[in-house]
Design a protein around this ligand. Sequence first.
Ligand SMILES: NC(=O)c1ccc[n+]([C@@H]2O[C@H](COP(=O)([O-])OP(=O)(O)OC[C@H]3O[C@@H](n4cnc5c(N)ncnc54)[C@H](OP(=O)(O)O)[C@@H]3O)[C@@H](O)[C@H]2O)c1
Length: 433
Amino acid sequence: MKVGILGFGNVAAATIESFLANQDLILAKARVPIELVRIATRTPSRAHGRAPVGCQIGNDPHALVDDPQLDVVIELTGNVPLGRELVLRALEQGKHVITANKALLARDGAQIMACAARAGRRVLFEGAVAVSIPIIKTLREAAAANRIASVVGILNGTSNYVLSQMSEHGADFSTALAEAQRRGYAEADPTLDINGEDAAHKITLLASLAFGVPIDFEQVRFKGISDIEREDIEFAKRLGHQVKLIAQAKRVGGGLVIGVQPTLVPNRSMLAMVGSSMNGIALQGDLLGSAFLYGSGAGGKETSSAVLADLLELANGSESNSATGAYNMGFRDAAPTDAIAEGRPESMDAFYIRLRLDDRAGTLAEVSRVLATAGISAHSLLQDAAQGSLTDLVVITHPVSEERLRHTLPQLRHAAGRDHSVVVLPVLEDCGC
Ligand SMILES: NC(=O)c1ccc[n+]([C@@H]2O[C@H](COP(=O)([O-])OP(=O)(O)OC[C@H]3O[C@@H](n4cnc5c(N)ncnc54)[C@H](OP(=O)(O)O)[C@@H]3O)[C@@H](O)[C@H]2O)c1
């Protein structure tokens, strides 16, 4: 099986290095020999001296994709428009594709899988989500017979590192982010990590696999961690919770809720124990019950493990697992669906509310009256002096519809007084783990 690699960055370089280091073991497990014969990247000089002997190194990705000797193209450019063009072209030319490009699959997965189905070729992407955790194979194979109720995860290592630093060392957001960059956990431009979009790409792929429908990424709501204040992390801890960037996809009524947002996670949940830059995923299915998977979410070597596993899967033929095209992403009918938009069911969640109030007689009574009138009751409550004449009132509510809470917010702001902030974060309900 002849293989070409597009890009020669962190993941591609590590994939080649890992392949060479474990070649004996990999080839012993493969039904046919695997040869890395061609690399195309923008800066070919990077690959010189690091590629297998005889491997052709060039700078024309289209020529690589068109090369008739190749059976498999591994796309590791990270570029969405270029990646789309090259992946579609490779499939049309009868090549199988391996990619770690979650942004590409989240946005264009349905089109790519439809193309793969027409061509009778496979698109494998274990390296696109939580690299050390075999979540794609788990959903596609091990959990395939289940009706999945929910997939809830910490899917972005950078955000988790920042929140963990804030929680464990009292760091503020920018200091924690600078430390993540210094340690190489965050990109030079960490926007997609911090604003929740990277985790949204990943939960889009997991939702598609879990629920067997193409998911329209434009319908997936996401919010990042840049507004999280140290006070809220401290209050959450005092109330027995950790603040985590939670990505979730769950069935609610007849629809799906899919999104990413900072969320209070109870200390008893295994997700609360996922620290540093690690990832964790809790899965609930009608047959398997609950499962929890934990591991690294990034790193060249870690991603190479997933990419090479996909390569071995292809080398061992499709007889044992004959899924091609659309089914690789969990659905057979590649027609676009608006399962999320259609459903948009009103789920009932508990919420953390912090109100910064004037510390004067009557304010607390007014807030209590607003909450009681809206039918919102408190599960836990604490009050603490803030700066000057202000006080923080923190409430964790019993489950309430988000819409009802949203309608009540203007009255709460009014009760809090002019210029006094109101912070609202959801609280994770039981995810089985
Ligand atoms: N890094 C991780 O931990 C990780 C984990 C999971 C998934 N992934 C995914 O894996 C993919 C690769 O990530 P990476 O970290 O290896 O990225 P990277 O280090 O930025 O490497 C990208 C490579 O693609 C090349 N490239 C980019 N645009 C190109 C173009 N227009 N034409 C030709 N070559 C081009 C780059 O060339 P230059 O060398 O000239 O820049 C570079 O060699 C991404 O989709 C990423 O999301 C990464």
